[in-house]
Ligand binder design. Structure first.
Ligand SMILES: C=C(O[C@@H]1C=C(C(=O)O)C=C[C@H]1O)C(=O)O
Length: 460
């Protein structure tokens, strides 16, 4: 059970699977805008796909292998905090989707009315969780391309021409390109110093040895202080180009490229990609093709760490679904900076009495935080990581992604990224799963490897 849903579990009405505990959303407390939206098909995109639209620093982005969505402007926004942050967002989104007038000839997930979202890792975070409905969305899935125009203005003209004109205006206001090799940039320690991190890992290992928990994920931060304003759109392009297997995201200054999928929902199918077990590629010997497999799949500590993460996901997801397929053996995911042990889990979602299935937002709430970013048992690990890290994780390691009016969506775990705190300050975060056999020095080195994608994209 997630930390946040403790004490709030009730069965899903009429679920056909086993009892499906999801907290009931409270009535939407925030004003519910009446949105009108129009989706139109556009000609297939060129070779660059969506990358051609990574040109505004304030865009909302969700993209993988140049498919995905880029959002511009804002038609509506909802913000929440605390233990009810997910439930409040679900209630608001259900009310907005119910009240909206949606014209959508396409059946693709993400068409119609989508909202981008980012949630704080912890209920105790000062970071505000949010849903943002863009005014315009440019989307692509292979050969299918579309444009969605959404407005809360009852007097606005909702037509293809109005949508294209508005898009042209927004794309005209391109963010300034910067020389990526610049003077005056430096990376300084964040709230958790290197020594502080080593000490936290040692304390985590001691707590595990004392039998208080089996796995704990500990993170630290580092701050990029820049001599000139961060060129967000360029950083996103760099990330997306280098990390094609990852999901590149941007929501209100939370940016990065995550390899880990908390949950993707397409109709009645849910998928997750669980990662745990990491090997830095920088130290790998040349000419040894079996190295990563041996060091990860053949290593007891790494397998143990991975199994804990898989078990936590399947235990949470199992009761919510009709059928679930989890592989017996993980595979080795190769990224430019690291290798990971990875498992792809797929599940069939039940149909509830009202004819709907659990949405991406429902499942993100139920699954967050997994053992891959928190630990096991969840409540013990959540409390201990707050104490040992002594920092607010903000949106780091929280769900980031999008949901549409039909409940389809993708929520990655906000890893391998950072938060743009001001044009001259970007806070990077990275963490590692700690088990009984963990070594503080090795875990510290792993956090550096995990910060490498952002540092390289920022040329830092
Ligand atoms: C916590 C992070 O990554 C997580 C921890 C991993 C590990 O310890 O092996 C691997 C992937 C992620 O689940 C991070 O990137 O900050």
């Amino acid at each position: 059970m997630s930390i946040d849903s403790l004490g709030a579990a009730v069965p899903l009405a009429g679920g056909q699977g086993a009892a499906a505990p999801l907290p009931v959303p409270p009535a939407a407390a925030a004003p519910v805008p009446v949105l009108r939206s129009l989706t139109v098909r556009r000609p297939p995109m060129g070779e660059n796909g969506l990358f051609d639209y990574f040109i505004r620093d304030d865009a909302l982005v969700w993209s993988r292998r140049s498919d995905g969505m880029v959002g511009f402007g804002e038609a509506a926004r909802f913000e929440s905090a605390g233990r009810e942050r997910f439930a409040a967002a679900r209630a608001w989104w259900a009310a907005v989707a119910g009240a909206a007038r949606v014209e959508n000839p396409l059946a693709e997930p993400g068409t119609g009315l989508p909202a981008f979202a980012s949630f704080a890792f912890s209920h105790a975070s000062a970071h505000v969780s949010r849903l943002v409905v863009p005014e315009l969305v440019v989307g692509r899935r292979g050969d299918t391309s579309w444009l969605t125009y959404t407005t809360a203005d009852p007097g606005a003209e909702l037509s293809v021409q109005a949508a294209e004109e508005r898009l042209a205006v927004l794309l005209d206001e391109v963010s300034a390109e910067h020389e990526l090799t610049r003077g005056g940039d430096r990376l300084v320690p964040g709230q958790v110093s290197e020594d502080g991190y080593r000490a936290a890992v040692a304390a985590g290992v001691a707590a595990i040895a004392a039998g208080k928990l089996t796995k704990l994920v500990l993170a630290r931060d580092a701050v990029a202080e820049l001599g000139s304003p961060v060129a967000v759109a360029q950083v996103l392009r760099e990330l997306a180009l280098r990390y094609g297997d990852c999901w590149t995201y941007a929501v209100d200054g939370l940016i990065g490229s995550t390899p880990e999928m908390l949950v993707e929902v397409v109709g009645r199918t849910a998928r997750a990609r669980v990662l745990a077990g990491t090997l830095d590629r920088a130290g790998a010997p040349a000419g040894d093709p079996g190295y990563a497999h041996r060091m990860l799949a053949g290593d007891e500590k790494q397998r143990h760490e991975h199994q804990i993460a898989i078990d936590s996901l399947t235990e949470q997801l199992g009761p919510l679904v009709e059928r679930m397929d989890a592989p017996a053996e993980p595979f080795v995911l190769e990224l430019p900076n690291v290798w990971h042990l990875a498992s792809d889990v797929e599940a069939r979602l039940p149909v509830r009495a009202d004819g709907t299935s659990p949405s991406a937002l429902d499942l993100a709430e139920a699954l967050h935080p997994t053992a891959a970013v928190c630990g096991t048992p969840t409540a013990v690990a959540g409390a201990l990581l707050r104490e040992l890290e002594g920092m607010d994780r903000g949106p780091y390691a929280g769900p980031v992604g999008w949901v549409d009016a039909g409940g389809n969506g993708e929520f990655g775990i906000a890893l391998r990224g950072g938060v743009v705190e001001s044009p001259l300050r970007v806070r990077l975060y990275a963490g590692c799963g700690i088990v009984a056999a963990s070594d503080p020095e090795a875990e510290l080195a792993e956090t550096w490897a995990k910060m490498r994608p952002m540092r390289e994209a920022m040329n830092l």
